[in-house]
Design a protein around this ligand. Structure first.
Ligand SMILES: [Mg+2]
Length: 238
């Protein structure tokens, strides 16, 4: 088995406790603008891992609602404004800050998220974690959001670009199989697997059974605070 060489974190629900704010922002938007209801279960089961654009497109298609392009863009703007108003400072989930600090001392770290850049950077900065990360791949930077593997592969490409300007002991590029993806959603786990990466899922948003597509499932990132143990597990899972 390959050695662990890079970690790529999902953001919403993995690092930040922001999913309740996304749900509330969508609920307000659809209720005010379209008179349509979105339940928590519907959001979790179908839309949670999507970036906003993909989410709104899927929601409208599911409800048989058609809107003009300008109205579609307005829905995105209204949602973003509601999110900003609601989720100014989502808390960092248990164990995430400790893991990010410890892991950044030995591996390159990236974020691959369906959230907007402006929703990610201020939270990381506020928690003193922004400097721990190299690339931050947000919704604006990819054509196909999760469950497509593009965001994770883009993050790995950026990691390799950054490493290529330094001298690496192994001399080569980091391969997908040497990356660990950290995710909270079912679609996100599928995205990481489709990228050819190892996936560790945390049960912040879904029950353990739903995340069985991951290589390992933990109830909190506190369980992987020991980076030596994490490296050993990666080398010899099981
Ligand atoms: Mg997530």
């Amino acid at each position: 088995m390959a050695d662990l060489e890079a970690l790529i974190f999902d953001f919403d629900g993995t690092i930040a406790d922001s999913e309740p704010f996304h749900l509330a922002a969508f609920q307000r938007t659809f209720s005010e603008e379209l008179g349509l209801e979105l339940t928590e279960a519907q959001y979790r089961d179908r839309y949670l891992a999507f970036d906003d654009r993909t989410m709104v497109r899927a929601f409208l298609a599911d409800r048989g609602a058609e809107v003009e392009p300008a109205r579609f863009e307005r829905l995105l703007e209204v949602k973003e404004a509601h999110y900003e108003a609601l989720g100014a400072s989502p808390r960092i989930l248990p164990g995430a800050a400790e893991l990010i600090r410890a892991a950044s001392a030995r591996w390159p770290l990236a974020v691959a998220s369906g959230a907007l850049e402006g929703e990610i950077r201020p939270v990381l900065e506020g928690a003193g974690l922004l400097d721990c990360f190299g690339p931050i791949v947000s919704a604006e930077m990819v054509g196909r959001g999760k469950p497509d593997p593009e965001s994770f592969l883009t993050a790995l490409g950026r990691i390799n670009e950054a490493l290529s300007v330094k001298i690496r002991p192994s001399g080569g590029l980091v391969l997908p199989e040497a990356c660990l993806v950290l995710e909270d959603s079912v679609a996100g786990v599928g995205s990481g697997r489709a990228a050819g990466m190892r996936v560790l899922a945390v049960t912040n948003s879904f029950p353990r059974e739903a995340l069985s597509g991951a290589d390992r499932v933990v109830d909190s990132l506190e369980e992987i605070a020991d980076t030596d143990a994490l490296a050993s597990w990666f080398r010899e899972p099981g």
